[in-house]
Design a protein around this ligand. Structure first.
Ligand SMILES: [Zn+2]
Length: 234
């Protein structure tokens, strides 16, 4: 095949893959929120594991896309491409996928904020008020436990509960959408969390629907408790 045609095809496939990845990521948010609702309504432990499997499968799909895109990028960066490269590309993809499938949970999902957020919320629903154990069995690093259980519900700018939370991809800090938009405008600024120092711009932020869900539940539970206290006083 003509090299130019191959390169054009690579570009085309890459664009499609990136678009698909975005859609899967959105679907992941929706499935996490749906699963959390189901768990909140009340399900026994067996079905929580089933639900978790669904979430993991979507995360796996996302990782397969990343593997594919990384190799595609390498192929594109080569000076010359022939059919042999394309064949080799397929082999590498299969090998990397297999390596991924055989990896431990902490390797597969340890970097996923969404997965951590999901696990944290499942714990909060099923064991309210109890300290959360580490998410991954093989994980003995206590920092990770502390980090996941102390995610604040308040915006560093307004010091109020997060409203339409946005999260920085650079440092994973969260802010209310309107206040961070106002704060950054179109510039790049240091993250407003004291001691963070990461430089953040609007393009580093994403809307964190899953965290929004967590804040809403926290407020719901808080209101219920207050209501109970009030009716007991009466
Ligand atoms: Zn930060």
């Amino acid at each position: 095949m003509d090299e130019r045609i191959i390169l054009n095809q690579i570009k085309e496939i890459k664009n499609q893959s990136v678009a698909l990845q975005k859609n899967i990521s959105r679907a992941l948010d929706d499935s996490i929120l749906a699963v959390l609702d189901l768990i909140e309504v009340g399900h026994e432990n067996g079905s929580i594991l089933d639900q978790e499997k669904c979430v993991k499968e979507v995360l796996d799909d996302l990782s397969y896309h990343s593997i594919f895109l990384a190799e595609l990028q390498k192929l594109e960066n080569k000076n010359t491409i022939d059919n042999k490269d394309v064949q080799k590309f397929k082999e590498i993809i299969n090998k990397n996928k297999l390596n991924y499938d055989n990896a431990s949970d902490i390797i597969k999902y340890g970097d996923s904020q969404k997965y951590k957020e999901f696990k944290t919320q499942v714990w909060e629903i099923t064991n309210p008020g109890e300290p959360m154990p580490s998410i991954f069995e093989e994980d003995e690093d206590e920092d990770i436990i502390i980090a996941s259980s102390t995610v604040g519900f308040k915006c560093p700018l307004t010091t109020m509960y997060l409203v339409e939370p946005m999260t920085s991809k650079k440092c994973n800090h969260n802010y209310s959408k309107s206040s961070i938009t106002e704060f950054l405008r179109r510039e790049t600024k240091p993250c407003p969390v004291t001691g963070c120092g990461a430089s953040v711009s609007m393009s580093d932020l994403y809307e964190n629907k899953i965290l929004d869900n967590r804040v809403q539940r926290h407020l719901r539970v808080k209101r219920q408790k207050e209501l109970k206290k009030y009716t007991m006083l009466k």
